[in-house]
Design a protein around this ligand. Structure first.
Ligand SMILES: NC(=O)c1ccc[n+]([C@@H]2O[C@H](COP(=O)([O-])OP(=O)(O)OC[C@H]3O[C@@H](n4cnc5c(N)ncnc54)[C@H](O)[C@@H]3O)[C@@H](O)[C@H]2O)c1
Length: 351
């Protein structure tokens, strides 16, 4: 099996999660890591905190044989890795993504792809021009076992037409979790609206396509400096179905993280909540669908396993995303932020 090498930028919560996953995948190796924090480059990630998943950060990462850099541009220029994987705070993604494509590397970039629509325009141009290079973003919910299974079930027609759907992502506060506390700075993270709720916006677009317009309500500055820390949106598809999503990170630290959905269809409700993932049929039957490969337990595992396999086999990735679909959902969430800010329904202007 041809070995695929990844070079990581950022070894915080997401970078260390990706590091571990690459190490678990057969035929994949982390060749290089860049982080401005020299402590993390020794493998010491004891100060790293995340809201779900991850591993035991008191155990140092094994950096044997891995080239380390404090300057990510140097790493991009020198590494022989096939993939540059970008896991730094959101406003920094663009500069590394552009440099990586210019250096002829495939790119996996964490979500949100970037902080604003100006950066998105630059990325769009660079990705479209990068012939033969593969690009995926960390929109892991598309690949998350229960969400992916729900899509397959709905698209199969077995549960009938969707009548309404509600998606929720409620996190305990992430104040104090990240490098330089960047999540709490609206200019960096874009509040929970961009950083967290984007996952559900993206999933709504993935499942139902492009909404015409969005109507959002939000509250700012509850835990962050001035970001929208809790947002609720109705997505207008103009066809009578009610599609809504809610996301926030305002809860105290002792509140468990919740990611859930309820999709009401003609013949059944498809539901993920604290009771688990079930299909509740109208005739009273309750089923627990098989969500696939237990060796790949999260969307993070599945998206990286798939992307590295595509790079190995030189096959353009298309299972869960194409670049345009990533650009679209970012455009939609920006419209949601505008809607909540301006207190009006906003028509989404797709490029
Ligand atoms: N897909 C998901 O479910 C998910 C979950 C959490 C975070 N994220 C995203 O992943 C990205 C990283 O978030 P995180 O939670 O890992 O943050 P974090 O603060 O835990 O880690 C960021 C890391 O980047 C490093 N860094 C900062 N500036 C740098 C630079 N110029 N060059 C190199 N390294 C630099 C920091 O030292 C730190 O190690 C963000 O875009 C975030 O939104 C995605």
């Amino acid at each position: 099996m041809k070995e695929v090498k990844a070079a990581l930028i950022g070894l915080g919560f997401m970078g260390s999660t990706h590091f571990r996953i690459y190490n678990e995948l057969a035929g994949v190796r982390v060749a290089a890591v860049a982080d401005i924090d020299p402590v993390k480059l020794t493998g010491d990630i004891s100060k790293v905190i995340g809201n779900i998943g991850g591993g035991d950060n008191s155990v140092p990462l094994d950096m044997t044989g891995i080239a380390t850099y404090e300057n990510a541009f140097e790493m991009i220029a020198e590494t022989d890795a096939d993939i540059i994987d970008i896991c730094v705070p959101t406003p920094l993604h663009t500069q590394y993504l552009l440099a990586a494509l210019k250096a002829g590397k495939h790119v996996f970039c964490e979500k949100p792809l970037c902080r604003n629509l100006e950066q998105l325009a630059e990325i769009r141009e660079a990705v479209k021009a990068a012939d033969g290079l593969f690009f995926n973003a960390g929109m892991c919910v598309r690949a998350w076992p229960e969400y992916d299974t729900a899509v397959k079930l709905i698209k199969s027609g077995a549960v009938g037409e969707v009548k309404s759907a509600l998606f929720r992502r409620l996190s305990p506060s992430v104040d104090g979790n990240a490098w330089n506390n960047w999540f709490m700075k609206e200019e960096m993270a874009g509040g929970a609206a961009l950083d967290l709720h984007l996952h559900d916006t993206d999933f709504v677009c993935h499942l139902f396509g492009r909404p015409h317009a969005v109507s959002s309500f939000g509250v700012r500055g509850v835990v962050s400096d001035k970001g929208i820390d809790h947002i609720m949106t109705a997505y207008d598809y103009g066809d009578g179905k009610l599609i809504t999503a809610e996301g926030g990170w305002c809860a105290p630290n002792n509140v468990p993280f919740e990611m859930s959905f309820q999709i009401i269809c003609e013949k059944a409700a498809v539901k993920l909540d604290a009771a688990g993932f079930h299909v509740y049929w109208n005739d009273g039957k309750i089923e627990t669908p098989d969500t696939g490969d237990a060796a790949l337990p999260t969307g993070w595992h599945r998206e990286l396993e798939y992307f590295t396999a595509c790079v190995r086999d030189n096959v353009t990735p298309d299972r869960w995303q194409n670049p345009d679909s990533i650009f679209d959902s970012l455009t939609v969430v920006m419209a949601e932020i505008e809607s909540a800010t301006e207190k009006k329904t906003v028509e989404v202007k797709y490029v």
